[in-house]
Design a protein around this ligand. Sequence first.
Ligand code: GLU
Length: 485
Amino acid sequence: SANTNPGTSMSIRLRFAPSPTGFLHVGGARTALYNWLYARKTGGKFILRIEDTDAERSSADMVTAILDGLRWLGLDWDEGPDKGGEYGPYFQSERRELYQTEAERLLADDRAYPCFCNEAELEKHRDESAYNGHCGRLAPGERQAFLEEGRPHALRFRAPKEGETLLYDQIRGKMEFQNELFEDFVIIKSDGLPSYNFAVVVDDHAMEISHVVRGDDHISNTPRHLMLYEALGYRIPKFAHLPMILGEDKSRLSKRHGATSLGDFAGQGILPEGMMNYLALLGWSLDGKTEFFSAKKLVDAFSLKRVGSNPSVFDPEKLAWLSGEHFKRLDPKAKVEGCYEHLLSSGLELPPLEKVRERLARIVKLFGNRLKSYADALDLGASHFFAEFPDYDSEAVEEHLSSDSEARLLALAGSWENLGEFSSSELEASLRSLAESMGLGAADLIHPLRVALTGRRRSPDLFGLCEILGQEIVIARLRKQAWRK
Ligand code: GLU
């Protein structure tokens, strides 16, 4: 079946294994996406595992933020403890017994040993070089006596000291690591929780992960993992280490470069479809030129073979552009609802959606192609449609609302009060004839009118805007002159 790895009987199973110590950022989201795409492409499974064994740095809020980020991006996972109709992720903190059992197997084979060193002693060993395997050389009797005394201890893996460990990476090719460079590393910490290196191996085996796709910041850990696979008698999965993502200055992407978490981008009005499309291109390409992909097209087209080994540079402008390309293709209803949500979340007080849906639909239509993201709704001035008066930009007022122009606006209000039909074509015709009768150019009325109605120097189609505002509000804004404060 499609679910089987060609040439073997192993099912295709991938996982995303975030540590809940921060938000879901660009790098993590790309890792999650590539795993998800590969699973969806092959008919395999995508598993979510929260690596929360660093109790001090992990937090429940970050778990929530990561899950929200994945859901926003549209990445669903296939397994996990039943959480009332939905799969919860796996949590490593709930799987201690398994790590303990596997550690005991290593202890029984003398591939692991208790280490009684406290921090100060470790410091001392470190000064000498790396951890030197001190407790690994304790006489069996001594070790036994310390255990019986109840001395606190961690468990360390007895790493091989000779030879090399080979990694066949799907992206980087073959890599060799000298074993002598690896110290005996901790597998169970003195608090009883597993180390990352141990838990990741035990879980990837227990969850039958066939492909480990993760950031190449883990590549230096992978030899340790391979040593554990060997010692535990586990079958080795395929590894694919994704190249780094850089900021524009070519240093590793970080907060210094601006927005990096998915929540930030959602807040900027970036569409999840656009984010997914952009993340896919951060390291993968179909043919070096196709840029626009729907989720479905990505699933069809994705392969690990087309993931490059060079770092990619994160380009927020390209992200915004791609998001705009997806935005263009949204149906009007989705645009209206998305704008509504965005306006609400940016703090605007609005009546319930059904009360304003029609007006918002007219506004969205008025903005036309200038609306490239939900966030543009605010930039283009959506908020004044829902207020009694706009916020007046003082420079715009200064420039266009002199006492002369105020008098002209009152004259315009007078003529518009008596207009039979408050439609954009009637409004425009009546403004032009009023201007003419006053010996003015149309612009002499249009500029002050725009500032009086919107508070700003620029707006989309002014007469269309008047029509949406409606006669009552337009007249009130012209008569009350609320810009004079
Ligand atoms: N928990 C690790 C991290 O968040 C990922 C481990 C892995 O994918 O092997 O960086």
